[in-house]
Design a protein around this ligand. Structure first.
Ligand SMILES: Nc1ncnc2c1ncn2[C@@H]1O[C@H](COP(=O)(O)OP(=O)(O)OP(=O)(O)O)[C@@H](O)[C@H]1O
Ligand SMILES: [Mg+2]
Length: 232
């Protein structure tokens, strides 16, 4: 379970987050909404160790991830983020498949050869990517294909929490719902979770177990469709 407690963050004298607290239970998909520029990506970056909070902390099963302004990298590997800008996580000089191989070998996710190829093929298939696309360089693929690629790379880590920050925004609405549905099944079947940051309110309402909204630096828990259904 991932928890945020009392997170505050300012840039200069501009307060972005004040006392943000939230809970992401195991096996659930949690939505995060709020106006553009309100602080959603800022929170995601704090959660996966890119920027530090001014105060407050992120906890994984009760253990703080930020200690003395340093992020616990090893523990933090269990939080993976797909950013709004998929091309920024892809090396322009490298075929997509080489990037997969590099991650798999660096983190010992599979042995060289057939086992690696199988893992790449299965993971790619899960997000609707073909092996032909993986033979391309980043400049040869579409924005949607880049998003699928980055999602698939994150799935290799089997992260306890996958943060999708507008990660399917380059796809049409029905494809977005399809990919989120697939990723949700993969993640939640094994008790893993998703934080879905999206402007697509309908998608968030239809897929999330709980929804937070950031409003004027504050966090608010919104009723979601599924919670309403539970009450009936
Ligand atoms: N490193 C930084 N230095 C200064 N200001 C920053 C920095 N990063 C973000 N900001 C500012 O903090 C605010 C929140 O940014 P953030 O990217 O978290 O918004 P967001 O909710 O993700 O917006 P969007 O929905 O458009 O992606 C913005 O006004 C942004 O300009
Ligand atoms: Mg953002």
């Amino acid at each position: 379970m991932i928890e945020g407690k009392g997170i505050c963050k300012s840039f200069g004298n501009r307060v972005i987050l004040s006392d943000a607290s939230f809970l992401i239970p195991e096996g659930q998909i949690v939505g995060l909404s709020g106006k553009s520029g309100i602080g959603k990506t800022t929170l995601a970056r704090i959660m996966c160790g890119i920027i530090s909070p001014d105060s407050g902390n992120i906890y994984r099963n009760g253990a703080a991830l930020w200690v003395n302004n340093t992020y616990k990298r090893t523990e933090g590997l269990t939080i993976q983020m797909v950013s709004q800008h998929p091309f920024s996580s892809l090396d322009p000089r490298q075929k997509l498949i080489s990037g997969f191989r590099e991650i798999i070998h660096y983190h010992h996710f599979a042995s060289y050869g057939k086992e690696t190829d199988n893992l790449i093929e299965n993971t790619a298939r899960e997000v609707g990517l073909t092996m032909e696309i993986l033979q391309q360089f980043p400049h040869q693929i579409s924005g949607g294909e880049a998003q699928r690629t980055v999602i698939a790379r994150c799935l290799l880590f089997k992260p306890e929490l996958l943060i999708l920050d507008e990660a399917t925004s380059m796809l049409d609405v029905s494809t977005q719902a399809n990919i989120i549905g697939l990723v949700k099944r993969i993640q939640t079947a094994q008790g893993r979770s998703i934080l879905l940051i999206s402007h697509a309110d309908d998608l968030v309402k239809a897929t999330c177990d709980r929804i937070y909204e950031i409003d004027h630096t504050k966090f608010r828990l919104l009723p979601s469709d599924s919670e309403e259904q539970k009450e009936i």
